[in-house]
Design a protein around this ligand. Structure first.
Ligand code: ATP
Ligand code: MG
Length: 186
């Protein structure tokens, strides 16, 4: 059976705590949904990403069969994970994806090299082919409707010290998605 897999950077407790603080602060803004012009009904409320699900995706693989998974793990028996410091210094509302995320305009080259290598590998083995370039981001809210005018402000940048990558499986459950780590590289 196929499973939905992706490579991600797991977050430590300190980062999780900082992200929860930003979520709590933003919840106030999001609990006052504005109505888009011409719409009759207010939008359903945005969904807070549960703390255990906060992550930074490097490469989305899509549905991966058992044999594709074995081949993938064999190809990536070793994976050199660079030690990188990444500062997420801005909030973005991406209306098409309906998310609010923490992001940055600047990606350290070793991190984009790693993300691009994983994405290239996926594409050339028949897995998901990314259409867009890698832009590091951590999604804080999903199902976000129209927002009050004005930029979202971040009270404090969040710095991640990245030295670990995980292959994750996305498991859909009645209560929402749950991520399960298949393998980690340090
Ligand atoms: P849900 O789908 O319930 O809102 P989710 O998006 O976190 O939850 P998945 O859809 O399994 O769960 O996605 C896992 C990760 O892969 C997330 O970081 C998501 O943003 C990313 N992802 C999902 N689909 C794509 C896609 N088509 N292209 C690029 N990245 C994707
Ligand atoms: Mg999704």
């Amino acid at each position: 059976m196929a499973a939905r897999l992706f490579f991600a950077v797991p977050l430590d407790r300190i980062n999780q705590l900082a992200l929860i603080r930003q979520q709590a602060r933003l919840s106030g803004v999001l609990s006052r949904p504005e109505m888009a012009e011409g719409e009759k009904k207010p939008h359903r409320p945005a969904r807070l990403v549960p703390v255990a699900n906060l992550h930074l995706t490097l490469a989305f693989l899509g549905n991966v069969t058992q044999s594709q998974r074995q081949a993938l793990l064999a190809r990536w028996q070793t994976l050199a994970v660079p030690r990188v410091t990444l500062t997420l210094d801005g909030l973005a509302h991406w209306p098409r994806a309906r998310v609010i995320c923490l992001t940055t305009q600047y990606t350290p080259p070793p991190l984009s090299q790693l993300a691009n290598a994983l994405r290239r590998d996926a594409a050339c083995h028949g897995l998901h082919a990314s259409q867009r370039g890698f832009r590091p981001h951590i999604t804080l809210f999903r199902d976000v409707g129209p927002l009050p005018a004005g930029p979202l402000t971040l009270t404090q940048p969040i710095t991640l010290t990245i030295n670990k990558v995980a292959l994750m499986e996305s498991v859909f459950e009645p209560g929402g998605v749950r991520y399960q780590s298949i393998k980690t590289w340090e």
